[in-house]
Design a protein around this ligand. Sequence first.
Ligand code: HPA
Ligand code: MG
Length: 178
Amino acid sequence: MNKITLGDRCFELFIPHSEIDKAIAEVAQAINREYENNCLMLLITLNGAIVFAADLLKQLTVDCRISCIKLSSYSGTECTHTIKDLIGLTEDLTNQRVLIIEDIVDTGNTYAYIVDILKNQNVKDIKIATMIFKPDAYKHSLPVHFVGLPIPDKFIVGRGLDYNGTGRNLIDIYQVCE
Ligand code: HPA
Ligand code: MG
């Protein structure tokens, strides 16, 4: 299916699942190399990153634990600029190597906010792995360490990414119709 409708919007096929799977496999290999012989704490950002995290985790060979956190800054296709609270972080992160798992880094506000909170937790290091990165929308200077697919600044759905809560289950990624 090349075109789908979600609520009031039309979306067209943008990235087929084979390409996404290949990109995720490459991210997994890069993480396995970077954290070889290390313990790793993965912070999975709900809700969007669960699909990417599940695909990624099956391909990780490093010693890792997971924790799910939640923080949302998006509604509809417009960034609201209101950042909500971070919930779900109960683990002691002292001296840990932390890897944030994101479905998408867009403006980077969510990422910057999480890093800001983790700064006070005496972590060993903090990096990020994201399935999708929009370099043209990114507003911060923090490095984005592991990127599956860089894309232009277009609104997309699928593979965990939603439009008003729908479309997360799509196996391919769709972009909003022009
Ligand atoms: N799609 C869905 N959610 C998002 C996006 C997007 O393009 N950017 C930031 N959150
Ligand atoms: Mg997200």
